[in-house]
Ligand binder design. Structure first.
Ligand code: NOJ
Length: 531
């Protein structure tokens, strides 16, 4: 089968506020991304997903869209966007945008019209309901960002629904006009050369049409976690809505939809692939919550691998803009660096498309942000401890004052170790984490088994995760030592064609039997084709 960018390539998430500031205002922008394409091409990534860059009051930093067909001036203009797409494509890098279909900004002209006039056709583009007798909200639904999911609108005497902030009113996907409009949004960007969309909280666009109460969980502390979310998301009708979006993507060649399906049950997530007629890729977030334990990783990966339908293709992610960075989650005073290297080896050798999060290639950690500098609305609506700013700090490019990110005071503080941990420094050091990412990506690219091969776990000692990837005559075996002790693993006796050790210290064995792994070390062995 021919090479397909979103299935066989490696993708990279950019949080545009924090990648590169070309305009000099302390906030990243599209021109900044364009100027850093060389880094991405050198690393070997095949596509970038840019978190929302559309006009927005930034109540949720772009996940509150006020115009789906333009670029926020903070990030540049449509011309900047076109230039970025053109240059990215010239580098062989595809561009994925972030579609936020569940809600708009409360400043979107649609909502302004909807709110102002109950008789307007736009009223039904959102979810408006009368209060219960006595004035209470229509049901017991709770916002993911805290408090009731209903906001009272005094002038029109109704409540509107918001799954997130009250500044993010939910759109009504049961209204055909709204659906038509959203399909038009996809086409607008596809026509401009966009290669795909990451779709925000797609499981939420379909709710119970009768808006029934969610069952409460007995003896729970209440709040969002105190309910079973059976009526406010994942209604079966979501699959028909997705088929509609997919049909639009299929009007254009090689376009891709990757969904954020934020559901805890992986069997439910797998349904979002449909029969090859819904999402191309559905994020599985299990590894964001997996503790550093070989058995747990093995179980999660295997479970997901067997759930993804034959027409589908898995996708793996260790970090994103909503979760603590994995180098921090799995950090350890002695083994932290080695673990970050092992995690890279895992992500880039699994069966499924890897999504990197900007900065993970240099091992960026979460940055502690002083309370008064926290920006994330969650710091106020929920609690400062759940603010997502620590994983959204500026990219560390070099040792200069603004770390090569900006000439101005940055919108979030830089990491204190930015002068030591940065791209420039790691590029100069052949054994750095950055080079390991590059080497792994290159190895994946030239090894069919790593790109497209099947996944099968291998026998291994406790604390070691071992697996084989196989595509025809191409075979790779991987062993990852999660323990702080040396381990010995049997990986077969065939002659080798190459591979990599995560620690770069010792040379590869000539024949693989048995392999000695240093503490927290991993190895990929590519078996020589036997023909
Ligand atoms: C998921 C996004 O990833 C997150 O950043 C955002 O706050 C919510 N959806 C609401 O759009």
């Amino acid at each position: 089968m021919e090479w397909l960018w979103w299935r066989d390539g490696v993708l990279y998430q950019i949080y545009p506020r924090s990648f590169m500031d070309a305009s000099g205002d302390g906030v990243g922008d599209l021109e900044g991304i364009r100027r850093r394409l060389d880094h991405l091409a050198w690393l070997g990534v095949d596509g970038i997903w840019i978190s929302p860059c559309f006009p927005s009051p930034m109540a949720d930093f772009g996940y509150d869209v006020a115009d789906y067909r333009d670029i926020d001036p903070l990030f540049g203009s449509l011309e900047d966007f076109d230039r970025l797409v053109r240059d990215a494509h010239a580098h062989g890098i595809r561009v994925v945008l972030d579609l936020v279909p569940n809600h708009s900004s409360d400043r979107h002209p649609w909502f302004l019209e909807s709110r102002a006039d109950p008789a307007s056709p736009k009223r039904d583009w959102y979810v408006w309901r009368d209060p219960k007798p006595g004035g209470a909200p229509p049901n017991n639904w709770i916002s993911i960002f805290g408090g009731p999911a209903w906001e009272w609108d005094e002038p029109t005497g109704q409540y509107f629904l918001h799954s997130f902030l009250k500044e993010q009113p939910d759109l009504n996907w049961r209204n055909p006009e709204l659906v038509r409009e959203m399909h038009g949004v996809l086409r607008f960007w596809f026509e401009r050369g966009v290669d795909g969309f990451r779709i925000d909280v797609i499981q939420r666009i379909a709710k119970d049409p009768a808006l029934r109460d969610n069952p409460e969980i007995a003896d729970s502390p209440g709040g969002y976690g105190g309910q079973r979310h059976v009526h406010d998301e994942n209604h079966p009708d979501v699959h028909g809505m997705l088929r509609g979006l997919r049909a639009v993507a299929d009007e254009y060649p090689e376009r891709m939809l990757v969904g954020e399906v934020y559901l805890r049950d992986p069997a439910e997530v797998a349904k979002y692939y449909g029969q090859g007629d819904q999402l191309h890729l559905a994020f599985n977030f299990a590894l964001l919550f997996t503790p550093w334990d070989a058995q747990r990783f093995g179980a999660e990966i295997q479970a997901w691998d067997s759930l993804v339908p034959a027409e589908g293709w898995p996708v793996h992610v260790l970090s994103n803009h909503d979760a603590p960075r994995h180098a921090s989650r799995w950090d350890d005073p002695e083994h932290g660096e080695a673990r970050a290297r092992l995690a890279a080896m895992l992500l880039l050798t699994l069966r499924g498309t890897p999504f990197l999060y900007y900065g993970e290639e240099i091992g960026m950690r979460n940055v502690e942000i002083p309370r008064e500098r926290l920006q994330d609305p969650l710091a106020h609506t929920l609690h400062p401890s759940v603010a997502r700013d620590p994983e959204r700090t500026p990219m560390q490019w070099d040792a200069s004052a603004g770390s090569g990110f900006t000439r101005a005071p940055p919108w979030l503080p830089l990491a204190r170790d930015a002068a030591l941990r940065n791209v420039e420094r790691q590029r100069a050091e052949r054994s750095s984490l950055l080079w390991l990412y590059r080497d792994l990506i290159a190895l994946r690219r030239r090894t069919p088994a790593l790109q497209r091969g099947s996944f099968r776990r291998l026998e291994s000692p406790d604390g070691v995760l071992a697996y084989e990837r196989r595509a025809g005559a191409s075979v790779a075996r991987i062993a990852l030592n999660f323990t702080p002790e040396a381990q010995r693993v049997e990986l077969g006796a065939e002659p080798l064609a190459g591979g990599l050790r995560s620690a770069y210290g010792t040379p590869l064995p000539a024949a693989p039997e048995p392999v000695e792994l240093a503490p927290s070390e991993g190895i990929v062995l590519v078996v020589a084709a036997s023909r």
